[in-house]
Design a protein. Structure first.
Length: 169
């Protein structure tokens, strides 16, 4: 939906749209050129965008796309739909802790390693924020707060390891 939103905001050809995507979201969710062209073909098939021209150049011809009213409608619906509230989820780390406990392995070691990795990532994000553009600062803040929440969970899980281990026995 974010990519469709970009087509709605700035019509262009696949290469330009991928560059725009990479500028805003590429660090967190890379997009391959094949995905770009597959999405544009699906959007066109579903009458969300239309091809409005072809540019010939030294390489392959570039198809220009622009959004259609139905595409904008879908993007607006996506924008105003709230994300699901946090629910009980089985993250990879949670699964590792459970399996470690079931295998009588050192779950605290797994938690400590993850805490260390998160702290390293937080230091990198903090450094990256220093001279970053405002949108990048906002993205880094989001990642920092998610890492902070994960560390808080790790601390809580570590404090409960003995009780959890006993309940699994």
């Amino acid at each position: 939906m974010a990519f469709l939103g970009l087509v709605e905001a700035r019509p262009g050809h696949g290469y330009e749209l991928k560059q725009l995507y990479d500028e805003h979201f590429g660090g967190a969710k890379p997009l391959a050129y094949g995905q770009v062209y597959a999405m544009l073909a699906r959007f066109a098939r579903d009458d969300l965008v239309e091809m409005v021209g072809v540019e010939d150049g030294s390489g392959p011809s570039r198809k220009q796309y622009r959004g259609l009213p139905e595409g904008r409608k879908r993007v607006i619906e996506w924008l105003v739909t709230t994300d699901a509230a946090a629910s009980v989820s089985c993250t990879n780390l949670f699964a590792k802790v459970v399996i470690a406990l079931l295998l009588d392995e050192d779950a605290a070691r797994i938690l400590n390693a993850q805490r260390s990795a998160l702290l390293d990532a937080m230091r990198q994000l903090t450094r990256a924020k220093q001279n970053a553009a405002l949108l990048d600062v906002l993205a880094h803040d989001h990642a920092l707060l998610r890492a902070e929440a994960d560390i808080r969970w790790i601390d809580l899980a570590e404090a409960r390891l003995n009780n959890v281990k006993e309940s699994l026995s």
